[in-house]
Design a binder for this molecule. Structure first.
Ligand code: AHR
Length: 861
């Protein structure tokens, strides 16, 4: 078949005449069913599970007790604690790899404060209540461990009967009247004699459940207690209470409580969250990371073998996202979940490389790490006669699991990653030629130096990540159309509109899915990230499914993925979209103002001219009456000079009350102290969204026009940078010239940067065919606030007279979304439309994604 690029054509028509029966609609979607087509990857829609945002513990993994085995305070292997002068602690590598100078290593990675250590976490979840002067105490101990996996337990010295130990769960335990909760804990009686009552209590202390009563006699062996707590009341903030009626010193470990789980599986999953994942019908599941697989030190990178076996035998691990994981949802549970969802497994192996390139496992000693990956594959798919396959069989699963892909590491930027990848690939392919080996890329784009080291022929799939801002998808709708074809496929392992968690994100994500569907020869698989987040500990701003102890909801983007997945064509066909031109309007309108980034500055002689050159504001800073209350920073005026003294405002911002559409801003500025230079804001809404001339950007190394969020429907282009630093104590002449859609920035009369704004297209569509029944599937997104009269024109095949199906997902504003309080606010709805010929007129609602299914007699894809 000859290949014709499937660029969606955004041609401009003459302004649309008012609609009559025969008049063309303002939007035309022209679909060619007779021309060339491309495959849509059947495996495109997958999911990615990582222990981030308490996705597993305190989330999908249904365990209700937080810190059940008291290991939360165990310092991650390979790390050491450094006390800071302010009394807090940070973690550093215990020892540096040979050849790394000591002063080089100070954990420079600032992300998420993941080198911070909070000793109070050691007892997180637990509290001891001494009602009525009971002097009972608790402490962690390493004496008499319960088993090899448990380095610590809780030692309780009960002074008098009545002491109460409580666990508050992960921000409360959700308890439902009528449900039974499986309790299990271990105790070593020591000198304790008496009884222990276990029960659920409401936030106000009222008993919520039946209790499990245990009589304890002194002794030196560990004993397991099991029972069921039947809830008589409902409370999302319940706690587990152990009441000690007796006295003496005892040890407790592995205190666990499970609610009813998804499919009633033991050690199982929280039903509402598992159902959300099931609802996406993923064709594969990526696991366990993400940054989670990398570790801060190689010693703390996850080892799948430690996540196997009885949950009581799993030591758990400190994760990259700053909390400890029980590994209750371990490698076996993951594979089982894949099988349950009829999804392929995509396991991400530790590559021997951490998030800090200084701390990699030496390449010439990489064999044991490679072997660890080969063993993981053997566990998943090896014969039951093999060492790890036999263990799988002993765990009740003789059949192989559906492991199809293995990814080597996650987001390793240096070129040397190519050499690590090559070692793994060679070993995996030698033993398991059927496994697709995925090469990891970075945040966005390709790690070309690593690819060059490996050679295109030695790559099955590359995992490119795409966390994109508002407008990116609209500006880059042809991203994959233009992508070089090198013989390997792309897996978009982590993609998301990553700026706003609302309907606008869902619209952007719909475009991203369209872009991937219509490039199925290249883009084979994709998974959104991050998938799950407990709202009480978000490590990441934009997530797909969020929850607290009892409630959950899916953001709008979830439903876009769901309807796209449920209406997946198997061939994409040439689609052209024709829209009427938008009326031209000034794009730079907004507030203007002055500021700085972590820098003390002075300004004088501010002048603002409008587009006709008229002076509209002159400020010699007698006071600040022309300005809004400062958005941030420490601002004052003195002797005609405006001063900003806060060195920690990123940025300090002072905006004029009157906005500017077009014109010129001039001001003199002097740097006093700090890291950078001056800012002139324009097109600003507030501290969250603005454009700015940044003098002395990036640690005072260059100057450029930059953006920090743009208005809806626009894109920022340009922003050339000019190298050079701003000196202290010298007055500079700054100016910005703003026209309808352009801006120029000058320093001391010399132009140093320019940029422009573009109005983004507001209508997008792609189409494909489901071959088994000849259904034409059209996906269309309308960003506009207006309903869009649309004509669908089918060429190359005949529509079959009958009913079409339209799935509409719409919001009343771009900022709309579902929430914990209103989880079903925005749901897709379905309606039918008549099909009487090859031209179909439809109205696509404002702010909407539509999926149209049209019966046809089939083309010749
Ligand atoms: O999805 C969140 C994080 O983003 C992942 O851990 C990492 O791979 C990426 O940087």
């Amino acid at each position: 078949m000859t290949f014709i690029p499937l660029l969606t054509c955004l041609a401009l028509l003459a302004p649309a005449a008012p609609q009559t029966n025969n008049a063309p609609s303002p939007v035309r979607i022209q679909v060619d069913l007779g021309g060339p087509s491309r495959p849509v990857s059947p495996n495109l829609y997958g999911i990615f599970l990582e222990e981030i945002n308490h996705a597993f513990d305190g989330g999908l993994y249904a365990e209700l007790v937080q810190n059940r085995s008291f290991e939360e305070g165990v310092i991650p292997p390979g790390m050491t604690l450094i006390a800071k002068p302010d009394g807090t602690f940070r973690m550093e590598l215990a020892s540096l790899p040979p050849g790394v100078p000591k002063d080089k290593w100070d954990m420079p990675w600032p992300w998420n404060g993941n080198s911070v250590w909070d000793p109070k976490r050691a007892l997180i979840g637990w509290s001891l209540h001494n009602n009525g002067g009971n002097n009972s105490v608790m402490r962690l101990t390493e004496a008499n461990p319960m088993n090899a996996a448990s380095s610590r337990s809780l030692e309780l010295t009960i002074a008098k009967p009545g002491a109460v130990l409580q666990n508050s769960g992960y921000w409360g335990m959700s308890v439902q009247a009528g449900s039974a909760y499986a309790l299990r804990y271990f105790l070593r009686p020591g000198s304790f004699q008496g009884r222990i009552h276990a029960e659920l209590v409401a936030e106000n202390g009222k008993a919520l459940s039946s209790s499990v009563l245990t009589t304890v006699k002194p002794g030196g062996t560990w004993r397991e207690i099991k029972g069921s707590l039947k809830a008589g009341g409902t409370d999302p903030s319940a706690q587990l209470r152990l009441r000690f009626e007796g006295s003496g010193t005892l040890q407790l470990d592995w205190v666990s409580l499970f609610p009813p789980t998804w499919k009633k599986q033991e050690n199982g999953l929280r039903p509402d969250l598992a159902q959300y994942l099931e609802g996406l019908k993923p064709s594969f599941i990526r696991f366990p990371g993400g940054c989670y697989v990398e570790g801060l030190s190689w010693e703390m990178a996850p080892d799948w073998r430690k996540s196997l076996g009885a949950p009581t035998e799993r030591p758990g691990m400190w994760g990259y996202w700053q909390y400890r994981s029980t590994d209750g949802f371990g490698f076996h549970e993951y594979l089982q979940f894949c099988e349950d969802l009829k999804a392929d497994a995509l396991y991400v192996a530790f590559a021997g490389m951490t998030v800090h390139p200084e701390n990699n496992w030496p390449l010439d000693k990489i064999d044991p790490v490679v072997q660890q990956t080969l063993d993981a594959i053997e566990y998943a798919i090896g014969p039951t006669t093999s060492k790890w396959g036999a263990l799988r069989a002993r765990r009740g699963h003789p059949k192989p699991f559906p492991l199809k892909y293995v990814e080597i590491g996650n987001e390793h930027p240096p070129a040397i990653y190519g050499d690590y990848y090559a070692r793994f690939r060679q070993a995996i392919k030698a033993k398991y030629p059927q496994i697709q080996v995925v090469m990891s890329m970075f945040w966005s784009g390709l790690n070309q130096p690593a690819i060059d080291r490996v050679g295109d022929a030695n790559i099955d799939l590359v995992d490119e990540h795409a966390y994109r801002n508002s407008g990116w998808a609209r500006s880059n709708f042809t991203y994959f159309d233009r992508y070089p074809r090198k013989g390997w496929g792309i897996y978009m392992g982590e993609y998301a509109h990553n700026q706003r968690a609302d309907f606008s994100a869902a619209l952007d994500d719909s475009l991203f899915l369209m872009m991937m569907e219509r490039n199925g020869d290249l883009v084979k698989m994709a998974s959104y990230a991050p998938l799950l987040a407990n709202v009480n500990k978000r490590d990441w701003g934009v997530n797909l499914i969020e929850f607290d102890s009892s409630r959950s909801f899916a953001h709008a983007s979830y439903y876009v993925q769901k309807i796209f997945r449920e209406n997946q064509p198997d061939r994409s066909v040439k689609t052209s979209v024709f829209t009427a031109p938008e009326p031209k309007s000034p794009l730079m309108t907004g507030k203007i103002g002055l500021g700085s980034w972590d820098t003390a500055t002075e300004f004088k002689e501010l002048r603002v001219f409008d587009g006709s050159g008229k002076l509209v504001h002159q400020d010699d800073f007698a006071d600040l009456s022309a300005f809004d209350t400062p958005q941030s920073g420490n601002w004052s005026v003195k002797g005609g000079i405006l001063q900003q003294t806060d060195l920690r405002s990123s940025p300090a911002m002072l905006l004029l009350k009157t906005p500017l559409t077009t014109g010129r801003i001039t001001v003199k500025a002097r740097r006093v102290a700090g890291r950078e230079g001056f800012l002139i804001f324009f097109n600003a809404a507030n501290r969250e969204r603005f454009l700015f001339g940044n003098y002395g950007a990036n640690g005072n190394t260059f100057s450029a026009i930059q953006e920090h969020g743009v208005p809806d429907d626009t894109a920022f282009r340009g922003g050339r940078s000019t190298p050079g630093a701003i000196e202290n104590g010298r007055w500079y002449d700054l100016s910005l010239v703003i026209s309808d859609d352009q801006v120029e920035m000058s320093l001391d009369g010399k132009k140093i940067s320019e940029a422009r704004m573009e109005k983004l297209p507001s209508f997008f569509a792609t189409a494909g065919v489901r071959q088994k029944d000849g259904t034409l599937v059209v996906k269309a997104t309308n960003y506009s606030a207006r309903p869009q009269e649309t004509e669908l024109i089918i060429e190359g095949a005949n529509a079959r007279t009958g009913q079409g199906r339209q799935i509409v997902y719409q919001a009343s504003a771009l900022s709309d979304d579902n929430s914990l309080e209103n989880p079903r606010k925005l749901l897709p709805r379905e309606q039918s439309f008549p099909v009487t010929g090859n031209r179909i007129k439809l109205t696509l609602p404002p702010y909407s994604v539509s999926v149209l299914n049209v019966p046809t007699a089939g083309g010749k894809p």
